[in-house]
Structure formats: C-alpha cells, structure tokens
Design a binder for this molecule. Structure first.
Ligand code: MF3
Ligand code: CO
Ligand code: CO
Length: 254
C-alpha cells in the first residue's frame, strides 16, 4: 500500500528533506583530495544532529555509520572509513538521509574530486540527467514505470548500464516504503501516481555491466567488472499539478 501524505505530513516531509539537501550543500567544500570518508561522515553526523535530526542510516539494519560514501566502482552503501582517503580524479557519492519530526528525507549526489577524466565526468553528467528526466515524468495519472522507461532509454543511448538490484522507494514515516521505484521499465506500467505520494528516484548508472557484488562487510556493493558507477537521488512529492523536488539544493535548477 502506498501512503498518501496529508498537508500536515507534507510540511514535515518538506522540513526533513530540506535538511538532507542542506547537509549535501554543507559537505561540498570538504570533498577534496586528502580527506577521509570517515571525516566526511563525522561532519555530516554533527551537522544533522546539531539541526535536531537523526541520521537515518546509523544502525539501520546494523549499518555502522551516519551516511553512505560510495567511491568510484562502489555502486552504493559504501561504509565511511578512516583508511579511504580521497584522491584527485575520484568520484564520491554521499547519500544523506535525515529523520526529523518522525519523517525521513533522502538525497544523494556524486561529487567530482579534483580533476576527473572526461569519460567519468560524462558518466556523472548523464546520471544526473537520467535522474532529472525521471523526475519530469512524475505527475498524477503517471505510472511508476514511466520513470524507469526514460532513465533506461537515456542511459542505454550512451552505452551505459542501469543497476537493477537496488531501486528508489516510497519514503515518509518509514525510510523505505512502497512503492519500489525501479530504474528500468516500461511506460504506463506499475502503480499510478497520486497527489500526496512521496518517493525517491535514485538511478545508479554504470560505465560497464549492471551486475554488482556485495563485499564481505555485508554492505558495500561494487561493480563486478570494477568499472565506475555514479548515482544521484532526490525525494519527490506528487502534487495536484505535477511534482515538487523536496530535496532540491540551491546549486540546482528548479
Ligand atoms: N540512503 C539509501 C537509499 O537511498 C539507503 C541506505 S541504507 C543504509 O535508499 F543502511 F546503507 F544506510
Ligand atoms: Co533512497
Ligand atoms: Co539515499
């Protein structure tokens, strides 16, 4: 069952989502060569808690840190570590989820670290485009399958693959709610979008093959072929006329 948020609940979704977006804005200047992903984790943790919220990933099914940090060939759910030091040319996804006033807001961004190769920069730009074009399909009467259909079309046209083992999700009082938002699909299929639904769109796009492998830490998912992967995520509200990006940052266009 897909929950429909009341106007009061939508206000709370706006507040938690705004804090998640602001956490990504806050961390941006620290994402430079020489910093460890654990330092970034601590900075995000302090920012979130000082703003009266709880970092949803911390202890979520035993996840040990406050944000996910996914570097280069890591598809998702990377665990921050003191020994993971950023270097020039890396790409790092930081995935922030905040729990404020009983509601979750979830967003992530892939940062370029120093000078990134043209091939990888292209991957990151197209992954962002995939997310934005997926978001554009969101409106009452639309279907969840419309999102994956456009993402798949764009990614494949550049020779990239789309990760299918992990997907977007409804969000609200729970971190992960119905529906599942798969990033491949067919237009007109899946649940119908209705005003008051809130869900994430978070495509993971790979230069190589779509297959991932879970590392022995039980969380980190890397590409099987070790080629690099990028991701962007926003929390979206279906409005009576279309949609609202609840986690939009000031560095993005509306
Ligand atoms: N934030 C991730 C998502 O977009 C989920 C992370 S689960 C964790 O759904 F346990 F790894 F934090
Ligand atoms: Co998510
Ligand atoms: Co997330």
């Amino acid at each position: 069952m897909i929950s429909i948020k009341s106007s009061r609940e939508i206000e709370l979704m706006r507040a938690t989502s705004k804090l998640a977006a602001q956490t990504l804005e806050y961390i941006e200047p620290f994402v430079v060569p020489g910093v460890s992903t654990e330092e970034l984790n601590l900075l995000c943790h302090d920012y979130i808690t000082k703003n009266g919220a709880y970092p949803s990933p911390l202890n979520y099914h035993g996840f040990p840190k406050s944000v996910c940090t996914s570097l280069n060939e890591v598809i998702c759910h990377g665990i921050p570590a003191k020994t993971d030091i950023l270097k020039d040319g890396d790409i790092l996804n930081i995935d922030v989820t905040t729990y404020l006033n009983k509601f979750h807001g979830d967003t992530n961004k892939t940062f370029l670290v120093g000078n990134v190769s043209a091939e990888v920069k292209k991957l990151v730009e197209i992954t962002y485009l995939c997310m934005r074009e997926g978001i554009k399909t969101v409106r009452p009467g639309g279907h969840i399958g419309d999102i994956g259909a456009i993402i798949q079309e764009i990614a494949y046209s550049f020779g990239y693959s789309v990760v299918e083992d992990y997907c977007g999700h409804g969000i609200g009082r729970e971190f992960h709610e119905a529906p599942q938002v798969v990033h491949v699909g067919k237009k007109g299929t899946g649940a119908e979008m209705k005003p008051g639904m809130t869900f994430t769109i978070e495509p993971m796009i790979n230069i190589g093959a779509k297959e991932g492998k879970l590392l022995k830490d039980g969380w980190t998912v890397v590409t099987r072929d070790k080629k690099w992967s990028a991701q962007f995520e926003h929390t979206i509200l279906v409005t009576p006329t279309g949609h609202e990006i609840l986690t939009l940052r000031s560095d993005e266009i509306t």
